[in-house]
Design a protein around this ligand. Structure first.
Ligand code: ZN
Length: 114
């Protein structure tokens, strides 16, 4: 379960920001998770609920995940398409010369504090 490792990094990062900024408590963390990133949202949330108890800043906080859609771009026909449905092969021209535009994100968008 590598979600826990990512959660620990997120908590450490937010803890550091809170300590530096003399924040009393973090009430909410909003994160963006790409649809085709390696993170499974409900496992990530469970890991967060477990791990936050160890942090004084985060123990009463809430986690909100914004799921970003996976979008792939085709270099041959210059179109974009749904990554989850078609993966690496362009549904318009059949080309494999494609790359992921969005959907691989795992990042903290914002935090709400007291
Ligand atoms: Zn194409």
């Amino acid at each position: 379960m590598h979600e826990l490792g990512i959660v620990m990094q997120v908590i450490e990062q937010v803890d550091n920001v809170a300590a530096e900024s003399k924040i009393e408590k973090v009430t909410k963390i909003i994160m963006e998770i790409g649809e085709v990133s390696s993170v499974i949202p409900n496992i990530f949330t469970d890991a967060f609920e477990w791990a936050k108890k160890k942090s004084n800043y985060l123990k009463d906080s809430e986690l909100e995940l914004i799921i970003l859609k996976g979008i792939t771009y085709c270099r041959d026909c210059k179109k974009t398409y749904d990554t989850v449905e078609y993966a690496k092969k362009c549904p318009y021209c059949g080309s494999m010369d494609t790359y992921l535009v969005t959907g691989n994100e795992i990042k903290i968008k914002s935090i709400e504090v007291v």
